[in-house]
Design a protein around this ligand. Structure first.
Ligand code: ZN
Ligand code: ZN
Length: 408
């Protein structure tokens, strides 16, 4: 069998990393202002927000897993026009594996394209439309991280994860995805409020006779192919599908095999540890995490801020270069910062309040430091109201899977 060749006019599979305004920037800036006399950070720096590991669309060569070199593009396999490689060398090397699925992928693309053309789309716009839809979802703050952690949690079950857009007012039921899809518009997905995520374990999508009622038998075949590859590694990869109507109102779906980002997975693990115990090594891990995900100067500022918070909360003085002694309140604050960087919701239950004892037991989500009172955090309660509480007065609760935070 000859190696597949990369046609000269191969479309680019490269997608720019999408960047959203990091919610963490304003929040960090607030701390910097509070401790302005201690930080020599210039005002101009506030315009250069930190770049935490969010909204990352990992588009990499199927063979070597490396993203394309700067200025370079991945190229599609000349047959299926779906799988992408960084170089002819990788396409050749990956062929022994890819040849098992190339034909199926070719057919899937062909039928998707045929549908697209039947609805008035032009062939040359098809790949761009696919990229537009992927970008649309990946731009939503926290979306990629939410999906990735859902996949990570269920990685032993060959999970099929589907994100789709529903109108806010829709009465949503997981089993009516297809019929609701037809009602959705491109516009409703803009702020992410209408995006729903569902997960099906392999035991359902692979075996349950109800699956083809919801999705096609063809999709089941595609999932089997993706999960069945000998190179598929459940600790490194996951499969997801996003669907919505495109800008012309045509229903479209994009299935991809994506890669886990160690930083995101590790961030979630550290938050779990920080919020279940108060062990010195967890803060050490958190400090190392910030140093991995932020630039060295941003990490330096972040860690100095945390040391100041430690002093404020418990009088603990930690020298530059050292990690403070953990406490329930400090751990909460550090965990909040990690989730803030990942745009994930930090769900809490209020505890130990004396003046406002009637609020004890209420649940909510943390929305950063209270800008009016830097000792406190803003929590949005389940009825939509906001309260300002100290970090000692909330504890993290786990409401199932990780969810991105919706910032209105
Ligand atoms: Zn490669
Ligand atoms: Zn191919």
């Amino acid at each position: 069998m000859r190696a597949t060749s990369l046609p000269h006019n191969a479309q680019s599979a490269h997608e720019k990393e999408t960047r959203c305004t990091p919610g963490g920037a304003a929040w960090i800036w607030n701390c910097v202002q509070v401790f302005g006399s201690l930080h020599k950070r210039k005002v101009d720096d506030s315009a250069a927000p930190m770049e935490p590991p969010r909204q990352r669309t990992i588009v990499a060569c199927t063979n070597c897993w490396k993203p394309p070199a700067p200025g370079d593009k991945l190229k599609y396999c000349g047959r299926c026009e779906t799988e992408s490689y960084c170089s002819p060398h990788c396409a050749k090397e990956g062929w022994a594996e890819h040849k098992l699925v190339c034909e199926g992928m070719r057919k899937a693309r062909k039928s998707g394209l045929a549908q697209f053309e039947a609805q008035g789309g032009r062939k040359q716009d098809f790949n761009q439309r696919t990229r537009d839809i992927t970008t649309r979802f990946d731009k939503l703050p926290g979306f990629t991280n939410e999906i990735m952690l859902l996949a990570w949690t269920h990685r032993g079950d060959s999970p099929f994860i589907h994100a789709f857009v529903t109108n806010q007012g829709d009465d949503w039921h997981g089993t009516t995805t297809e019929c609701l899809l037809s009602k959705r518009t491109w516009q409703t997905s803009l702020d992410g409020s209408g995006v729903r995520v569902e997960m099906m374990p392999g035991s359902f999508w692979d075996e349950d006779p109800r699956f083809p009622n919801i999705y096609s038998e063809n999709l089941r075949g595609q999932l089997r192919e993706r999960y069945g590859r000998s190179t598929f590694c459940p600790n490194k990869q996951y499969v997801r599908m996003v669907s919505m109507q495109d800008s012309e109102g045509r229903p479209a779906r994009v299935t991809t095999t994506n890669y886990f980002d160690d930083k995101v997975v590790r961030g979630a693990e550290i938050v779990e540890a920080l919020t279940t115990a108060t062990k010195a090594e967890d803060l050490v891990d958190a400090f190392a995490w910030f140093e991995t995900v932020y630039s060295s100067s941003d990490a330096h500022d972040m860690l100095q801020d945390i040391r100041h918070r430690a002093k404020l909360l418990s009088g603990c003085t930690a020298q530059q270069g050292s990690v403070p002694v953990p406490s329930r309140a400090l751990n909460n604050e550090v965990a909040c910062r990690i989730f803030d960087a990942l745009d994930l919701a930090f769900d809490v239950c209020l505890i130990g309040l004396r003046g406002a004892g009637h609020l004890n037991g209420r649940q909510g989500v943390i929305h950063g430091l209270d800008h009016k009172n830097y000792e406190r955090w803003k929590a949005q309660l389940d009825d939509g109201t906001y309260v300002s509480v100290k970090a000692i007065n909330f504890e993290r609760i786990r409401l199932g899977d990780y969810k991105r935070i919706f910032k209105p």
